[in-house]
Structure formats: structure tokens, C-alpha cells
Ligand binder design. Structure first.
Ligand code: NAP
Length: 276
């Protein structure tokens, strides 16, 4: 509090505005890394975090997109007491991850929230079995998550606090004809994230698995027959809400829970007749 002179009378005490208290998250605990942040849900998550006054580091391969995002968000973030840092990196380069992670955590002054939003799903014909393409999906969706997720898990274990979020997919609930390796990569994510959640629960660190349905991003551009499509911004809002409520697994939007639960119950001999 500071003392100021009032033009109309005696000196009064000016009470500084209270910093925004975001769902109980203190200002000093708003430090986040988002991997896969140059477009889609990752970029929307960075936008929301910047608006909320986070110190947020946005990572992806396309430096140009990241710089554009930073330029857009800098005034918003600064006004809210936060900042946006960007780094161009290939998340599947496991060798590059430790040094960059350490540099970012030092720069942010700590870490409270880690989000892995990087993912690829190349177009695939039903008759195609392209090993190179398939292995590149595993590199980003699985190896990248492990490379970065392990670093976040280790740090959060040491400090006994933090939240780790992985964006998986409803596609991981069953093996579909259309995208065998993409589905398998998301099933890997689900199991890896569940195992981390079980381990880290011992030190009160939360791990949240997100299973989106259809979200309007570059990944779904040109796809036919999409339904219940939501914007990346709406998905980001629901993702952060689930993470803050310490939800274990959240379908986004929530109605996909019924689809996920139903398709898991369909017997294999019936499921293979469906045109997924
Ligand atoms: N859209 C949907 O309907 C939907 C549904 C279920 C699940 N998902 C999942 O949601 C996640 C986000 O996807 P999105 O829909 O937001 O699509 P998107 O706009 O294509 O975003 C994908 C992000 O991943 C980044 N990325 C890809 N490869 C990378 C790499 N090697 N290193 C670092 N970053 C990499 C991309 O950035 P760069 O290309 O710049 O590297 C981009 O920022 C993905 O895991 C996806 O599988 C999406």
C-alpha cells in the first residue's frame, strides 16, 4: 500500500489493485510450456494462457508461425502480467529436448504446467502401408511425448507439484481401418500418460489425458463427414478447465465420452464391419 495526497482533504491510503486470482492459481505459479503451439489447439492454449497472465513458452517447428503468434500475443500477455517466449524445435529430436527444457525452465523461473499438443496424422489411402510415413507419426506422437514428458515428469517429481497434459485422441480407443498407426500412437499416449499419472500421484502431481473428438484445425481441413466440430479456442478452454479440475481423462467436448465408451464395447467382429 502507498500513501498519496488527496486534493480534497487529508492523505488517503491507495490500495493497489489485487492481482487477478485465476481459479485459485497464484500469479507466481503461472509458468507453462506448450509443445506443438504453432497452430490449432496448441496455439489456442497459448492464447488463453497469455490472456491469463502466464509466462508461456510456445514450441513447434515452424518459426514463422510462432513469431506471428508471439507478435499477436505480446501486448495481451504484457497487459495481463505475463509474457510469451517462442522456440523452433522438432519435438521428435529427443537429443535436443533436455538442453532446451532446462533453458526454458530457467527463463520462466520454474514450471507449473506442461502441455504436449504436438501431433501429426498424414493422409493415408486404405490400401497404403507406408512405413516411413508411419514411423514419422510414431516419432512425433510417441517418441516426442516421451522425450518431453519424461523431462516434465522428472522436474515435477523433484518439486512435488505441477500439471502435465497430453493431447491424445478418441482415435486411440479402437484400431480403425483409416489410420492404423495414428490410432496406435494415441493408444500409446493413453497408456503412457496413465502410467505417469499413477506414478506422479505419489507426489501430488497431476497428469491429464485429453481425448478430443473433431476440432476445427489444420489436421481436420478438407475432411468430410465431421460432426460435433468445435473450434480450437473452445477445445483449449475445455482442456485447461479439465486440467485445473484435476480430471484424469477428458473427452473434448464431453459428449464424446459416450461415443468412446460405446465403441470400446463393440465386439471386434462387428467393429471391423464399420466404415471407420
Ligand atoms: N483436430 C482434431 O480434430 C483432433 C482430434 C483428436 C486429436 N487431435 C490431436 O490434437 C493435437 C493437436 O492437433 P491440432 O488438431 O491442433 O492440429 P494442428 O493445427 O496440425 O497442430 C499440430 C501441432 O503440432 C506441431 N507439430 C507437429 N509435428 C511436430 C514436431 N515434429 N515438432 C514440434 N511440433 C510439431 C505443429 O507445429 P509445426 O508443424 O510447426 O511443428 C502444430 O503446432 C494432435 O496431437 C492431434 O493428434 C486433434
Amino acid at each position: 500500500m502507498t500513501e498519496t495526497a488527496s486534493p480534497t482533504g487529508p492523505r488517503t491510503l491507495a490500495i493497489p489493485p489485487r492481482p487477478p486470482d485465476l481459479q485459485g492459481i497464484p500469479v507466481g505459479e503461472r509458468r507453462a510450456i506448450v509443445v506443438g503451439a504453432s497452430s490449432g489447439m496448441g496455439a489456442a492454449l497459448v492464447r488463453q494462457l497469455a490472456r491469463e497472465g502466464y509466462q508461456v513458452a510456445a514450441l513447434a517447428r515452424r518459426a514463422g508461425e510462432l513469431e506471428t503468434l508471439k507478435a499477436e500475443l505480446e501486448p495481451v500477455a504484457r497487459a495481463a502480467g505475463g509474457a510469451v517466449t517462442v522456440r523452433a524445435v522438432d519435438a521428435s529430436d529427443a537429443g535436443a529436448a533436455p538442453a532446451m527444457f532446462e533453458e526454458l525452465v530457467l527463463g520462466l523461473g520454474g514450471l507449473d504446467l506442461f502441455i504436449y499438443a504436438a501431433g501429426v496424422m498424414p493422409k493415408l489411402e486404405r490400401t497404403e502401408y507406408p512405413t516411413d510415413k508411419d514411423l514419422s507419426v510414431l516419432d512425433v506422437n510417441c517418441a516426442g511425448l516421451v522425450a518431453w514428458g519424461n523431462l516434465a515428469a522428472h522436474l515435477f517429481t523433484t518439486q512435488r507439484r505441477g500439471t502435465l497434459v497430453g493431447i491424445s485422441s478418441i482415435a486411440g480407443d479402437r484400431g480403425r481401418k483409416g489410420f492404423p498407426v495414428y490410432c496406435a500412437s494415441k493408444a500409446f499416449m493413453n497408456t503412457y500418460l496413465e502410467a505417469l499419472r499413477n506414478r506422479l500421484s505419489e507426489v501430488d502431481v497431476h497428469v491429464c489425458t485429453i481425448k478430443p473428438g473433431f476440432v476445427d484445425t489444420a489436421m481436420t481441413q478438407g475432411m468430410k463427414g465431421l460432426f460435433w466440430l468445435i473450434s480450437a479456442e473452445e477445445a483449449a478452454r475445455q482442456i485447461l478447465s479439465a486440467a485445473r479440475k484435476r480430471v484424469n481423462t477428458r473427452y473434448v467436448p464431453g459428449r464424446w465420452f459416450f461415443v468412446g465408451t460405446t465403441i470400446k464395447l463393440i465386439p471386434s467382429f462387428v467393429f471391423r464391419k464399420l466404415n471407420f
